[in-house]
Ligand binder design. Structure first.
Ligand SMILES: CSC[C@@H](O)[C@@H](O)C(=O)COP(=O)(O)O
Ligand SMILES: [Zn+2]
Length: 212
């Protein structure tokens, strides 16, 4: 920590490196088209490191990662944080154990969000890959992933999300026509959850296709 910043700037640089490496890989997988998607990590108990708004996620540098407080206000910089910052910080604020939040716009995530929007949820049952989620020990568990209506009003969207955060072992949600939010205690776990969601959603879409 230095005299002027209320967080450890060396730690911010360290997290920026971890974020950039992972985001680049997700970008190259085609999950962050046209500057979409946003990503963050917990910096400390009051701040998060998050992507600057509107940047090409396959070409990020350290300057594209900034610090915000848990109200989404930039700290120590005058950059514009992700338009969806509140959806990240509400998780850090509420759950001290959450260390990383990843939001992507893959085709499978977006198509599934449209298809299951009317149900308000996607249900996974019987998949071995459900064990990729922290706390799940068997394919027999039923997982329900919420699907929220999209809105450009982040306060409204955050309020919708807040209403299901009490659910045990919730590791992500979809937003209709938009994409997926997934999180974990650290980057490795958040990525595992994100990849598991992507796989399970792809399976559900494929099942619909073959059953038609
Ligand atoms: C480029 S359209 C996608 C955006 O509206 C938004 O949903 C998104 O994921 C990225 O916004 P950003 O402000 O760059 O974090
Ligand atoms: Zn988005």
């Amino acid at each position: 920590m230095n005299d002027t910043l209320p967080y450890d700037s060396q730690q911010l640089r360290h997290l920026a490196g971890e974020l950039i490496t992972n985001i680049r890989e997700l970008g190259h997988a085609g999950w962050t088209p046209a500057t979409s998607s946003n990503f963050s990590m917990r910096l400390d108990d009051k701040h998060a490191a998050i992507t600057v708004s509107g940047r090409n996620k396959t070409k990020l540098t350290e300057a594209d990662i900034m610090a915000v407080d848990f109200n989404g206000v930039p700290v120590g910089n005058d950059l514009r944080p992700s338009a969806e910052t509140l959806l990240h910080t509400q998780l850090y604020k509420r759950f001290p154990e959450i260390g990383c939040v990843l939001h992507t716009h893959s085709i499978n995530q977006t198509v599934a969000s449209r298809l299951f929007a009317a149900d308000g949820k996607v249900r996974f049952e019987g998949y071995e890959l459900q064990k990729a989620f922290h706390g799940n020990t068997t394919h027999d568990d039923v997982m329900e992933v919420p699907v929220y209506p999209n809105t450009q009003d982040m306060t409204e969207l955050a309020a919708q999300v807040e209403s299901s955060l009490d659910k045990q072992s919730l590791w992500g949600y979809l937003i209709d026509g938009h994409g997926l939010y997934a999180w974990g205690r650290d980057m490795a776990e958040a990525r595992r959850h994100l990849e598991a969601f992507e796989f399970l959603l792809a399976c559900e879409l494929k099942m619909r296709e073959v059953r038609r």
